[in-house]
Design a protein around this ligand. Sequence first.
Ligand SMILES: Cc1cc2nc3c(=O)[nH]c(=O)nc-3n(C[C@H](O)[C@H](O)[C@H](O)COP(=O)(O)OP(=O)(O)OC[C@H]3O[C@@H](n4cnc5c(N)ncnc54)[C@H](O)[C@@H]3O)c2cc1C
Length: 266
Amino acid sequence: MAFKEKPSVYLVTRPSVDWESVAIFFQDEDVPPIPDTIRAGDDESAAVVEISARMCYMSYGRGRRDITDFINNLLSSKDGSVFEHVNYGFVITGVSRSLTHELVRHRAGFAYSQRSQRYVDETEGTFVVPPALLKNRKGAETAREILDEALQSASASYKKLVEALEESLPRDLFELNTDRRKAIRQAARSVLPNATETKIFVTANVRALRHFFEMRGAVYADWEIRYLAIEMLKIMREEAPLLFGDFTITDLPDGTQIAEPQYSKV
Ligand SMILES: Cc1cc2nc3c(=O)[nH]c(=O)nc-3n(C[C@H](O)[C@H](O)[C@H](O)COP(=O)(O)OP(=O)(O)OC[C@H]3O[C@@H](n4cnc5c(N)ncnc54)[C@H](O)[C@@H]3O)c2cc1C
């Protein structure tokens, strides 16, 4: 039995612009060449937002002082749909099944692929320790012992169920051995707790991500998903500061953090 205390977050996909195609489009439409301001440094996310937003008025090359003004104006006027063109993909590991159950409630603009408990064996189970029970938390020792005992017991029951079903489940019910293994695991997983570790690939657009960070970065959110949301936000603030730079992260006396945007749900 192994424990995970913190999630790992990997940003694995990001937007890119085909500048040659954009230039041809501008030429075909007889609009001015790409202004430097559209290219906001190496981060192409703001350029995607600007190119899509300017489509509405065919206003390429006109107006605004700088790209920051342009983006903040979209955020403050809640022109949220243009942020849907910018997508990022994350691999997330070391999170509990209870966290991912909350995560997948975020429907609009999100895509998920999660490790299956039917295909993947959980005999060598890994479990996620809820933040309140981390060993460095004062007074967590007794609660942690209770958790460890419950997880040991669940893990042992899972193994015993797998063994019992290996013995008893008739082979002739299944055409393929893989289907039989799946049937065994899908039954045995009924005793696995919410703390069971899982891995998930999450793709989301900027509008959806901002909403997720606002809801799950709030003080009302569960500590585990709040920690994850803020870790993802920190990555996004580095990656696309113009699109996430209005969020403030604050330390709380209980050792956790919260995140609040200047521009609420767009
Ligand atoms: C602190 C906290 C506590 C919670 N407690 C509970 C709980 O006890 N029980 C529970 O069931 N859930 C609970 N939730 C989950 C919550 O109700 C939402 O399901 C979840 O946060 C996803 O939010 P969302 O629907 O806004 O997001 P998304 O599904 O990503 O939707 C984003 C936005 O798109 C729009 N939208 C999406 N789908 C529709 C639709 N079908 N029709 C109209 N508009 C739509 C809405 O404006 C929505 O806000 C909790 C969430 C938080 C943050």
